[in-house]
Design a protein around this ligand. Sequence first.
Ligand SMILES: Cc1cc2nc3c(=O)[nH]c(=O)nc-3n(C[C@H](O)[C@H](O)[C@H](O)COP(=O)(O)OP(=O)(O)OC[C@H]3O[C@@H](n4cnc5c(N)ncnc54)[C@H](O)[C@@H]3O)c2cc1C
Length: 636
Amino acid sequence: MLDARVPQGPIEQQWDKCRFDMKLVNPANRRKYNIIVVGSGLAGAAAAATLGQQGYHVQCFSYHDTPRRAHSIAAQGGINAAKNYRNDGDSIFRLFYDTVKGGDFRSREANVYRLAQISLNIIDQCVAQGVPFAREYGGLLDTRSFGGVQVQRTFYARGQTGQQLLLGAYQALEEQLATGSVTMHIRQELLDVVIVDGKARGIVTRDLVTGNIQCHAADVVVLATGGYSNVFYLSTNAKACNCTAIWRAHRRGALFANPCFTQIHPTCIPVSSEHQSKLTLMSESLRNDGRVWAPKKKGETRPPNDIPETERDYYLERRYPSFGNLVPRDVASRNAKEVCDEGRGVGPGGQGVYLDFADAITRLGLQTVREKYGNLFDIYERITGEDAYTVPMRIYPALHYTMGGLWVDYHLMSNIPGLFVAGEANFSDHGANRLGASALMQGLADGYFVLPATVPDYLATAKLEPVDVSNPAFATVKDDVGQRIEKLLSINGTRSPDSFHKELGKLMWDECGMARSEAGLRKAAARVPELREEFWHNLRIVGGGEELNQSLEKANRISDFLELAELMCIDALDRAESCGGHFRVESQTPEGEAKRDDANFSHSSAWEWKGEGHPPTLHKEPLTFEYVHLAQRSYK
Ligand SMILES: Cc1cc2nc3c(=O)[nH]c(=O)nc-3n(C[C@H](O)[C@H](O)[C@H](O)COP(=O)(O)OP(=O)(O)OC[C@H]3O[C@@H](n4cnc5c(N)ncnc54)[C@H](O)[C@@H]3O)c2cc1C
C-alpha cells in the first residue's frame, strides 16, 4: 500500500503542521551531509542553491555545459501565483480549485493546496532576486490569463519567463558555487542510481566529453531531470530532454506514476516537413488576445484574410462561451484536432487552425501587441516566413509536457528512501492535465521551498550508515552501465538511433497521442517490443565510447524511451476512462468531452518494474476529493 504521508488536519494547515513536525538539522551538523542534485533547471538549481545556502554539501549534475542551458530556459508564457494583485477574485483556494479541476480530478489535493500556498512565496523570492517581471505603467507587477481560469494570475517576463527565472536561480546557485557549498558537475550524464541497504546512496555518471564512467556517493539523491515528451520524437522540448534518469531509477525500484498522462499543447507551429526533428511552441499567453478559428467550409483554399467573418468558425468561443479561447490545453487541443479531422484544417496537409490577432491589434494597437508578444511573433516569422501581425498564425497541437513521472509522497520522496524527485520529473501536482504557467510554479515550489524542508527531515531521521564509492554496490552498478554502453557500441547494425526514435515517436503519436483507443493501444503495446528488439540487433552507432559521441548519447537515451513507451501504452490501456490529457475514444460524453470513470479510476497508477520481459505490477494510490467535489468538468 502506498503511503503518501499526507499530514492530518484541515488542508490549509497541513503544510505548516508538516513543517513544524519535521526534524531540523543543527547548522553545525549540516556540512557533514552530502546531497546529490541531478539537474540544474528551475527545480534542480533552486534546490541545489537553497540546500547549499543551508550549509549542506551539494553536488549538482547536469549533462549541459552550464545550468543556464537547462530546458527551463524555453518557458515562454509565465508563472502562476495567487497574489490577487488584480483584485479580480483570486485566492489560494481558487488556484487550488482551478488546478484540481484543470487536472480533471486526478491529482492529490494536499499537494495542490500546498502548491497554491507556496505560489505567493515564489513571486517574492524571484522579485527579491531581481527577476525582471513585466510591470504595469504604475510600476506594479503585471499579470495575464492562462487557460482554464477566469482570473489574471500569471506573472511573466515578456515571452522569456523561464529564461529570466532560470537566471535568478542560476545566480543563487553561482553564489553557492563561489562559497564552495555546491559543486557543479557539467556534461555529466546520470546513467544509474545506486541503492545501498534499500536507500538511495549515489549515482553513476558518464562524462560526455571523455566517456569516463564515475561513481558518486551521497546521503540523499534528488532527481530534477525534467520531462519525457521526447518519447514522441517531435515535441516542443529541447532535443536533449530524455527520460534516462527517472527510467533508470525506475529500473532500480522507483515506482513510475501515470506514465500515460502527457500534455499536448494547442498552440504550436504546425509540422511542415517529414524531415523536421523539433517543434516550436507559441505560448499559451497568445490566447489572451488571439482568437482561434477555422473556415466553416471544408477544403477552404482562400487565404485567411480573404475569408469573410460570416464564413469563419470561432469554434472555441462558440462551444465554450464562458472560457472561450482560454479553455484548458487538453480541451483546446482536442477541438483543433476535431476541426482538422472534419477537413476544415488549414496550411500544408490541412493540419492547422488560425490564431488571429487582427481584433487585438484594432483594440490595443500594434505597439501594445508588439510589446506583449513581440519575441513570439519574431520566432514565428523566422520559422514560417509569415508576418503574424498581418496574417493569422497557423497553429496545431504538439507534445509539450508530461504529467506522469516518478511517484512521490507529500515530502517529494519516491518509494525508495533517500530518492527525492522534483519538477517535471515527478508525477505529483497536475493530475491528468496541467494548467498553463503551473510547471514553473511547481518546479520552483519544489526546489526553493519543499525539498529544503523535507530533505533535512530525512537526514535528521534516517539512520544513515557511512557509505562511499568503495561500497561494492557502486562497482556492480558501474559494471552494468559500462556493459550497456559496450553492448550499444557493439551491435554494428544498419539503422541510425534517430531512425528508431522517429519510428517510435510516430507510433506513439498515432496510437498513444491526442486520442487513444483500445485497439490502437494494443497495437502499439505489441509493436514497441518488436522495435526494441530490432534496436538491440540492428542499431549502428558511429564513433567510440571514450570520446564525445552524440550518436551514442542518443542511442542510450532512446533505449530507455523504447522501454518507457511500452509502459505508457500499458498504463493508457489500463486506464479505460478519459481524463484530461488522456482521451480514450471509448469514453466520451455525447458532446465529445472527456468522460471520467470515478468509480473505477479515482487513483494514481504507480507501476513497479519487474524486470525485462516481465509485465509491471500496478500499485494504486486512491485519490479522495474532500475540498473540491468531483464533478464533470465544464468550461461552457
Ligand atoms: C517551449 C516550452 C515553453 C514552456 N512554457 C512554460 C510556461 O510559460 N510556464 C510554465 O509554467 N511552464 C512552461 N513550460 C514547462 C516548463 O518549462 C518545464 O516543465 C520546466 O521548466 C521543467 O523544469 P525542470 O527543472 O523540472 O526540468 P528542466 O528544465 O528540463 O531541467 C532538467 C535538468 O536536468 C538535467 N538532466 C536531465 N537528465 C539528466 C541526466 N540523466 N543526467 C544529468 N543531468 C540530467 C538537465 O541537464 C537539466 O539541467 C514550457 C515548456 C516548453 C517546452
